[in-house]
Ligand binder design. Structure first.
Ligand code: KQY
Length: 349
């Protein structure tokens, strides 16, 4: 599986509309998705999946060079429902089609049904003319990061959560990941971001800048519930080597906030059992939830206190990349961020 820093043929997204996840009929979220897609399209072709009922609206709001494809979805988290691609030495590619159960299935999933989302990976592979493998494991794309050189990063909090694959041991999960993604080493960060409704996806706490070099969502406040999580992750990563035997360089990315859902942000959302949207709820905000695509970084702007500092820090770590910040509160209110709503199709020659 190539790393995200390697060339992309396309980025896929899915148009938001769920009224129990996105406030005010997803109108504010749709505007942010347009901004994200437009920024990505400066370097990478963008495909937007949209349900039939929203096709015209999506087509109207998006720039002409973004391809809108009618495709049934349950929600809009393309990182988790799209395919994870692998490429072989002959330059052939195939998609891995994981079992998707809405972040916890009937145990603690966020919605039901999820059948349309679960078909998305195969549909995307077919549109690109690529074969796909149905992998025998429940997994979301945002719960893994790979460096393209044999190392996979994940969190034990998510992959070993009782709502995912309770019948599998940690060893069996590793073996499955190694077989399907051709990776040699799995690094198990203990936990992800506090109060993340994905059960701690790695893509909300970590970014891989390049093999051997990562950025970690960092919290300095010993009284904050994120402090111990970030510290444990830092201590773990700095004691590990990757698949190539390199010690890891770990940069600390300041955590936004802490941010909490205020009254206006909690209003305009239809109430359901799965997703909790109440005033005062801690938001799982992190600058690590960014997208790397074809020498561009698309980063979420989340807190004016830190936005510029993080942009400068990214500029130092990614000196030859164009860095674009997008105000991303609306995506955060839905439970994720820019990495979670995008999925890359790797380029092949
Ligand atoms: O990958 C993600 N962060 C998805 C979050 C799903 C939230 C659903 N409300």
């Amino acid at each position: 599986m190539p790393g995200e820093h390697e060339p992309h043929e396309a980025i896929w997204m899915a148009w938001p509309e769920r009224t129990d996840n996105w406030r005010y009929g997803a109108k504010c979220a749709q505007q942010t998705f347009v901004e994200v897609a437009t920024a990505i399209s400066k370097s990478t072709p963008v495909y937007m999946a949209a349900n039939q009922s929203q096709y015209n609206n999506a087509r109207e709001q998006l720039p002409d060079d973004i391809t809108v494809i009618e495709m049934s979805t349950n929600d809009s988290w393309m990182r988790d429902i799209g395919p994870s691609y692998v490429v072989n030495d002959q330059g052939e590619r195939r998609g891995i089609d994981w079992h998707f159960t809405a972040w916890g299935g009937l145990v603690d999933g966020l919605y039901f049904p999820w059948d349309k989302d679960d078909q998305i990976a195969q549909k995307i592979c077919e549109i690109h003319g690529d074969d796909s493998y149905r992998a025998p494991i429940v997994l979301e794309g945002g719960s893994i990061h790979v460096d393209g050189e044999g190392t996979l990063y994940t969190t034990a909090e998510c992959l070993l959560h009782p709502s995912r694959n309770p019948e599998m041991t940690q060893k069996q999960i590793e073996v499955t990941l190694k077989e399907y993604l051709n990776i040699q080493k799995v690094l198990w960060i203990p936990k992800g971001v506090y109060n993340d409704e994905t059960n701690g996806h790695v893509d909300n706490i970590l970014v891989i800048a390049k093999p051997g070099e990562v950025l970690l969502n960092w919290c300095d406040d010993v009284n904050d519930p994120q402090y111990e999580r970030s510290l444990d992750a830092y201590n773990y990563l700095t004691q590990q080597s990757d698949a190539k035997g390199r010690r890891l360089t770990v940069h600390k990315l300041p955590m936004p906030g802490p941010l909490f859902m205020d009254e206006a942000q909690a209003s305009g959302i239809d109430s359901t059992k799965g997703m909790s949207r109440s005033i005062g709820e801690r938001l799982a905000a992190s600058y690590a939830n960014l997208l790397i695509t074809n020498k561009q970084i698309i980063m979420p702007l989340l807190d004016q206190k830190y936005d510029d500092q993080v942009m400068r820090q990214l500029g130092t770590i990614f000196p030859d990349y164009q860095i674009t910040g997008i105000p991303a509160l609306e995506i955060l209110l839905g439970g994720g961020n820019i990495h979670c709503i995008t999925q890359q199709i790797p380029a092949i020659n």
